[in-house]
Design a protein around this ligand. Structure first.
Ligand code: ASP
Length: 438
């Protein structure tokens, strides 16, 4: 029998109804033996996440404001959930302990972690699994650095004593036993860490979407889902803004070669997206997905005999580095080079950057295009296939789009084009129609 670790996100545990779906999913498959939970998320638009409310309690205390009302909202939600589930737990005692610790100046990490702690405790009773607290098992050093190997040992050893367990996500402990959280969204990391520790065959990450889509549904109507995705492709798509799961958060599972299956708690019949180390490319599939971001600026620099001038590129990058600006791309010709930077990162400092470039590099001309979008067409299936670029450019030409920049990495799994912001949607649709609908 295989072994699965199933992590459920905030929307999957938001209330009693969602928890009942989650329970059904857990019980449907005997291999789902270890379950990791986020704190309850929003139940509807405008609702609050439990974690946000808990941070708010701590902030009220820091500002000498009464926190009781906000804390009561948290307690009421857990009470309602407990009643809905019909489980027996002494929540009042738990609230009392948390309230006392809050007043005694407990850290923000401790307070925030209680959402995961409480829901995991209730859920363990609801499904009849052991509750295993991650305090003392997920370990950080005194500077807050995550101790991967020590954690792996401690968790592995403890979980070997439990046939089935529910664990809270998001937190662990410092050497002195006080609570330390991962960054926001960190229950994904806990899930991956648990998957590694128990040597899971699959790490299932249950959320409220059926995995990755081949394009943004806000631009393409009903885009096809991505059935499988390699880590490399995930990185390329995530870099360009496709967000379902952050690649860093699943690193422990990736390092242990455990495939990750993104699933939808509200549509458990959907297969979701499988993320794997190896590239599984169906013969007919050329591209895996399309992602893009708007609002980049291109600074085009030209200078006669630039290529003979030593250190030219280094000086450009040095200027950007001094401003703390990241160069996303550097397409170049013999006497020209462009740097692509994001408008956010530029943050109103374009004139200063230009004047530094002018003074230091004395270019013949300096042009700025400030309304650019970047679109990445990603797919391992593109590598060493002839005619892909031609097909891409023909599709864009057919849509009346002028391509302002082209960049293809040597791995041949990604072609990035720069187009004007106004052409962004049309470009994505054209690429989708050419490769995915075709
Ligand atoms: N509850 C935490 C947060 O809202 C962690 C998580 O959900 O992954 O960031």
């Amino acid at each position: 029998m295989g072994l699965k670790v199933a992590k459920f996100g905030g929307s999957s545990v938001a209330d009693g109804i969602q928890l009942a779906k989650t329970k059904q999913i857990i019980e449907e498959d005997q291999e789902r033996r270890y379950v990791v939970l986020s704190a309850p998320g929003k139940r509807y638009d405008g609702d609050n996440k439990i974690t946000d409310l808990l941070y708010m309690c701590k902030m009220h205390i820091e500002h000498n404001l009464p926190y009781e009302q906000v804390f009561q909202v948290v307690c009421d939600r857990f009470m309602a959930t407990q009643i809905h589930l019909g489980v027996n737990a002494d929540l009042l005692k738990e609230f009392d302990t948390i309230g006392r610790n809050l007043k005694a100046g407990a850290s923000a990490d401790y307070v925030a972690s209680r959402g995961e702690y409480l829901i995991a405790m209730l859920m363990a009773k609801f499904v009849g699994y052991d509750f295993v607290d991650t305090a003392g098992l997920i370990l950080f050093d005194k500077n807050g650095r995550f101790l991967a190997d020590e954690t792996n040992r401690a968790l592995g050893e403890e979980l070997s004593k439990h046939e089935k367990a529910v664990l809270p996500g998001f937190y662990g402990t410092y050497p002195d036993g006080t609570i330390k959280t991962f960054p926001r969204g960190g229950s994904d990391i806990t899930g991956a860490v648990v998957a590694r520790a128990v040597g899971a065959d699959i790490y299932e990450n249950w959320t409220d979407v059926s995995g990755f889509l081949t394009a943004d549904p806000g631009i393409v109507k009903n885009p096809k889902p991505i059935k499988s995705l390699s880590y490399k492709e995930l990185r390329e798509l995530a870099y360009m803004g496709a967000s379902v799961i952050h690649e860093d958060t699943i690193y422990p599972a990736r390092a242990a070669n455990i495939p990750i299956n993104i699933r939808n708690t509200n549509r458990p019949g959907d297969p979701g997206t499988m993320i794997t180390s190896e590239e599984i490319v169906p013969e007919s599939q050329i591209i895996t997905g399309i992602a893009g971001s708007k609002d980049f600026t291109v600074i085009a620099i030209s200078k006669n005999n630039m290529n003979a001038e030593r250190g030219f590129l280094r000086r450009i990058l040095g200027i950007l580095e001094d401003f703390g600006i990241v160069a996303h791309h550097l397409p170049s010709g013999i006497d020209t080079v462009s740097v692509v930077v994001s408008n956010d990162n530029l943050d109103g400092r374009l004139d200063e950057v230009l004047s530094n470039i002018s003074n230091s590099l004395k270019p013949d001309s300096l042009d700025v295009f400030d309304d650019m979008s970047l679109i990445a067409t990603v797919g391992c299936g593109m590598a060493r296939k002839r005619g892909v670029a031609a097909q891409l450019f023909t599709a864009l030409a057919g849509a009346g789009v002028n391509i302002r920049m082209i960049d293809q990495g040597s791995s041949e799994m990604n072609i990035i084009v720069g187009v004007e912001n106004k052409d962004f949607d049309a470009s994505i649709r054209a690429i989708y129609n050419a490769f995915i609908m075709a």
